[in-house]
Design a binder for this molecule. Structure first.
Ligand SMILES: Cc1ncc(COP(=O)(O)O)c(C=O)c1O
Length: 394
C-alpha cells in the first residue's frame, strides 16, 4: 500500500501516546494522575446544551452555508467588537469544525510548496504537523529568556523571501505566556516590514489571570489587513467535543479557505452552530467561574513547583498549562534519564503522574503540566513529582 511522503514526515502525537499509556495503567487499577489533559475538566454550560437540544427539535439538522450560519457569523462579529474592538462583517468569518480545522484551512489557502512559516518554540504540536501537511516548511524561532517569549531579533534572523506567515499563540499552549501590547507591536512592525501574514491563535483568550489584558494583534494599527485571528469555543465554554472554531480575516483569505472547507468538511455541525449562538449571545457566569477555578489551581501549582529545589517555572498568565524547567535533574541524575521524554516515562512508570515532555513542543529541558485537573489531584500529583525528582538524584 503506498503511503504519501507527506504523511511519512508526520510524527504521531506525543500527548496522545502519553494519555493512552496512562489510561491503560488506570485500566489496570493504577491511580495515575493525568497532567497531560488538553481540555477543561468542566461541563458545557446548561444554556448551551439546552440550545443544542432545541436545535434538534427545530430541525437544524441540515448542511449550513459553508462559512457557517449567518446568525452565528453575526454573533461572532459581535464578539470581536465587544472583546477585541475589531470590526468584522460576516464575509470576514469562517466557522469550521474546531480551531484546528480553521488553521488547516487557512494554511492550505496561503501556503505554496516549500513556503516557510515562522513557528515560535515551544509550539502547540499541531501547528508543526499542519505546516508539514500543506507542504510548507516550519521555520523555528528560538525563545529568549525564561519566559519563552520570542524576540524581534530572532524573528528577523529567520526572515527570507520564502517566509509567508508567522504563527502567534497568546495565551500560549504549552507555556501559558501572554504577549503584552508592546511586545505585539514589535512583532507587528516586523510583519508589516516583511509583508507577512499573521495567524494569531487566541483560543485561550478567556482563560487569563492576574487581570492580564488579552490583546489581539489584529487590533493594532494596520494589522487587521494582514492577520487571521483564530478562536473557538472548545476552551472558553468547555466544548471540545462539539467541534467548532472560527477564523476572522481579510475576505480574500477567508474566501480561499472556504474553497478548501467546501470540498473537505462542507460546514461545521449545524446543531453545534445553533448552540454556539447561545454561547456567544447569552450571559452566563460559568465561564468566569471556570476561569477563577483555573486561577486558583495555577497559583497553587506554580507556588509548589517553584518551591522544589532547582525547579524554575515561569508564571503562566493564561491557558491551563505550566512548563517547569527540569534541566538540573536531567543533567545531574545518574539513572540515564537524559531527556524530557525519559523523565516523563520515569515519572509515569514509577510515580504515576502523566506529564508531556518539552520535546513534544520543540524544546528540551522542560515538561508540561496541565492543571485541567482537580485541586486534590494537583496536590497529590505535585508531591509525587517532587518525590520522583528527589529519587532521581539519590
Ligand atoms: C493552541 C491551540 N489552538 C487550537 C487548539 C484546537 O482547538 P479546537 O478544539 O477548537 O480544534 C488547541 C487545542 O488543544 C490549542 O491548544
Amino acid at each position: 500500500m503506498p503511503i504519501s511522503e507527506r504523511v511519512k514526515k508526520l510524527k504521531s502525537s506525543a500527548t496522545i501516546a502519553i494519555s493512552t499509556k496512562s489510561k491503560e495503567m488506570q485500566a489496570e487499577g493504577i491511580d495515575v494522575i493525568n497532567f497531560s489533559i488538553g481540555e477543561p475538566d468542566f461541563q458545557t454550560p446548561q444554556n448551551i446544551k439546552s440550545a443544542a437540544k432545541k436545535a434538534i427539535d427545530e430541525n437544524y439538522t441540515h448542511y449550513t452555508a459553508t462559512a457557517g450560519m449567518l446568525e452565528l457569523r453575526n454573533a461572532i462579529c459581535g464578539k470581536f467588537k465587544k472583546d477585541n474592538n475589531l470590526d468584522y462583517c460576516p464575509e470576514n468569518i469562517m466557522v469550521s469544525s474546531g480551531a484546528k480545522n480553521c488553521i488547516m484551512n487557512i494554511l492550505l489557502a496561503i501556503c505554496n510548496y516549500k513556503d516557510e512559516v515562522l513557528l515560535p518554540i515551544p509550539f502547540w504540536v499541531s501547528y508543526y504537523s499542519q505546516i508539514i501537511m500543506t507542504d510548507a516548511i516550519p521555520k523555528f524561532i528560538e525563545p529568549e529568556g525564561d519566559d519563552f517569549k520570542i524576540s524581534t531579533k530572532n524573528i528577523e534572523k529567520n526572515i527570507s523571501s520564502k517566509v509567508k506567515a508567522i504563527i502567534i499563540n497568546s495565551p500560549n499552549n504549552p507555556t501559558g505566556i501572554v504577549y503584552t501590547r508592546m511586545e505585539l507591536e514589535e512583532i507587528a512592525k516586523l510583519a508589516i516590514k516583511h509583508d507577512l501574514t499573521v495567524i494569531s491563535d487566541e483560543i485561550y483568550e478567556k482563560l487569563i489571570y492576574d487581570k492580564t489584558e488579552h490583546i489581539s494583534i489584529a487590533s493594532l494599527p494596520k494589522m487587521k489587513a494582514r492577520t487571521v485571528v483564530i478562536n473557538g469555543v472548545s476552551k472558553a465554554y468547555a466544548m471540545t467535543g462539539w467541534r467548532l472554531g472560527y477564523a476572522a480575516g481579510p475576505e480574500k483569505i477567508i474566501k480561499s479557505a472556504l474553497k478548501i472547507q467546501g470540498h473537505s468538511t462542507s460546514c461545521a455541525n449545524s446543531i453545534t452552530q445553533r448552540a454556539v449562538i447561545s454561547a456567544l449571545l447569552e450571559k452566563d457566569d460559568s465561564v468566569e467561574k471556570m476561569r477563577q477555578e483555573f486561577e486558583k489551581r495555577r497559583n497553587f501549582l506554580i507556588e509548589k513547583l517553584n518551591s522544589i529545589p532547582n525547579i524554575k517555572c515561569a508564571i503562566p498568565k493564561g491557558a491551563f498549562y505550566a512548563m517547569p524547567n527540569v534541566s538540573y535533574y536531567l543533567e545531574q541524575n545518574k539513572k540515564g534519564v537524559k531527556t524530557s521524554a525519559n523523565l516523563c516515562d520515569f515519572l509515569l512508570e514509577n510515580y504515576h503522574i502523566a506529564l508531556v515532555p518539552g520535546s513534544a513542543f520543540g524544546i528540551e529541558g522542560f515538561v508540561r503540566f496541565s492543571y485541567a485537573n482537580s485541586m486534590e489531584n494537583i496536590k497529590k500529583g505535585v508531591k509525587r513529582f517532587e518525590k520522583g525528582l528527589k529519587n532521581l538524584l539519590d
